[in-house]
Design a protein around this ligand. Structure first.
Ligand SMILES: [Zn+2]
Ligand SMILES: [Zn+2]
Length: 371
């Protein structure tokens, strides 16, 4: 039989529906179906905002996610705000409750009250109670979402990703039968694969069982079964990249990707941290500046030296630096290092020493820390 085009099937459907209706309502139904036809005909526009790699159709992240995560992790402002939100969100933990009192086995309708029969399907349709087995399965999963992590840590991490970069990824894997495990994937390393219209998937198929980075990176141009282990191939919808190399591939049913601030047709979320990044950077710089002041115990100086030309001054400065080199701790990384604090200039006048930094009291440095 010849396959019907979309238009033909819509037309046939319209005829069938309209003919079964009373005359007075045919016109309005016709208008509605015509509108639906218009929608069906229209194609999606192009997602131009995002850069798409030609190989593997990997869509670039809109912001530097690694940087955003660093800010969320290190900056006290963000830590305090994000921490408060997350604490509030997981405060009451959870419990598993019945989703319905009765469910129609025919149409799937769920009822909060224990009804006698489904109002749509009548007395012949069987109603069922909640299945205690399903409850047990869900509780077992919540107790043990994977071999290593607690569910509360998974949820907290998802929230952190959501607040920092506004994209979180949880991978789902079947470990046999009805058993599934979930893992939080690093949002800074996860990329969406999509075409120019923003449709998920890149036409590169892989075996979910045997594809392994560097060992067995075999991919296929279309669907089918894996020639090695005979499981159905999956189309790559997400990849995990480390330093430009694909370390993992995921099919569309292997990842839950979420964000709280979507802006379609863009595929990624919209990090709120981006909106305050400039302010954060300023605060960061001021904080580092203050740390330098208090940690070193003296102020940085500019020293002008009488009768010396610049090269001589630089030489003296270098020698002084070598002597004065002392160990310091970086405010953010805790790493131990050294820093030169003084600048030497050759000058025709007398030696003069200038403080570069104003008095910390005048800078209201302590007030600054009272955020
Ligand atoms: Zn029903
Ligand atoms: Zn395979």
């Amino acid at each position: 039989m010849k396959k019907m085009t979309l238009r033909q099937s819509v037309t046939n459907f319209r005829k069938r529906i309209v003919n079964s209706l009373p005359l007075y309502s045919r016109k309005s139904v016709n208008t509605l179906v015509t509108a639906a036809e218009e929608v069906a005909k229209s194609r999606r526009g192009t997602v131009t905002q995002q850069y798409i790699e030609s190989v593997d159709k990997i869509v670039d992240q809109p912001w530097p996610y690694l940087l955003l995560k660093k800010y969320a992790n290190r900056h006290p402002f963000l830590r305090i705000v994000h921490g408060a939100i997350i604490r509030e969100a997981v405060r009451n933990r959870w419990d598993v409750q019945e989703k319905f009192a009765k469910k129609c086995t025919f149409c799937g309708q769920e009822f909060a009250e224990p009804v006698e029969e489904c109002p749509d399907c009548g007395p012949t349709a069987l109603l069922r109670d909640p299945n205690p087995q399903e409850k047990k399965r869900l509780e077992a999963f919540l107790d043990n979402p994977n071999r290593d992590d607690e569910m509360v840590d998974i949820i907290k991490s998802v929230f952190k990703d959501n607040l920092a970069v506004d994209d979180w990824y949880v991978s789902i894997k079947n470990i046999g039968g009805n058993q599934w495990v979930v893992y939080v994937e690093d949002s800074a390393e996860m990329f969406i694969c999509a075409d120019k219209q923003g449709r998920l998937g890149n036409g590169v198929w892989f075996c979910p069982e045997c594809w392994k980075p560097e060992e067995h990176e075999k991919t296929y141009p279309g669907k089918g079964a894996c020639p090695y282990c005979d499981v159905p191939l999956k189309e790559t919808a997400y990849v995990q990249k480390q330093e430009g190399t694909i370390k993992a591939r995921f099919g569309r049913d292997e990842i839950i990707h979420g964000n709280s601030d979507p802006w379609l047709p863009q595929l990624y979320g919209n990090s709120k941290v981006m909106a305050v990044l400039q302010e954060l950077r300023t605060a960061f710089a001021m904080s580092s500046f203050n740390f330098d002041t208090y940690a070193s115990g003296h102020l940085a100086k500019i020293i002008f030296m009488e009768g010396e030309d610049q090269s001589k001054a630089t030489e003296i400065g270098k020698a002084a630096k070598e002597q004065a080199e002392k160990i310091e701790i970086d405010a953010w990384t805790g790493r131990i290092g050294r820093k030169i604090r003084n600048l030497f200039f050759g000058s025709r006048g007398k030696v003069s020493v200038h403080d570069v930094m104003p008095d910390p009291e005048k800078m209201q440095s302590l007030e600054w820390m009272e955020f």
